[in-house]
Design a protein around this ligand. Structure first.
Ligand SMILES: C[S@@+](CC[C@H](N)C(=O)[O-])C[C@H]1O[C@@H](n2cnc3c(N)ncnc32)[C@H](O)[C@@H]1O
Length: 143
């Protein structure tokens, strides 16, 4: 079956940085890069009935303040049994630290990350596993 990757980033440089490797692997034709704010791109994808519930896998590594909004949209785009992975859910370990030990510059995202982690833990539309790999990833199995 024809497999395709939809990649969204508001900054094309990020995609172009990886492009030589993508080309070397001969998979450029499989990637649909959308240069856009993620929320509007996801909303566009949701307008298409053929796209809803069609994705096997989603990986999110963008602005943490919007993770919950991405989650609501991805639940509609990823098929039941599919996987959604969120990056940086430990936020340098700060989500488990008392606030007084956290550097000022990490505090805003720490707050969003804690709120999002609590939200996911109570979301019965997914089964989750928090993996202490890198900066923490949360794997969600779409139920
Ligand atoms: C930490 S980088 C990760 C890039 C890529 N996932 C990787 O691992 O190489 C975060 C990326 O999210 C993009 N980004 C941040 N906020 C975004 C938004 N609201 N909409 C679309 N892209 C966004 C940035 O441009 C940046 O390329």
């Amino acid at each position: 079956m024809w497999m395709q990757i939809t990649a969204i980033d508001m900054n094309k440089d990020t995609y172009e940085m990886g492009l030589p490797v993508i080309k070397k692997a001969g998979v450029e034709h499989k990637i649909n890069f959308i240069q856009s704010q993620a929320l509007s791109a996801l909303d566009e994808l949701l307008k298409d009935d053929a796209t809803r519930g069609s994705f096997d896998f989603a990986f999110v590594d963008a602005d943490k303040v919007n993770y919950q909004k991405y989650h609501e949209r991805l639940l509609q785009l990823v098929k039941v049994g599919g996987i959604i992975v969120y990056d940086n859910t430990l936020w340098f370990g700060t989500v488990a630290m008392p606030e007084e030990f956290v550097k000022e510059e990490l505090k805003p995202t720490r707050f969003y990350s804690i709120e999002f982690n609590k939200f996911l833990a109570n979301d019965d539309r997914v089964q989750i596993s928090q993996v202490p790999l890198g900066d923490g990833i949360t794997i969600c199995w779409r139920l």
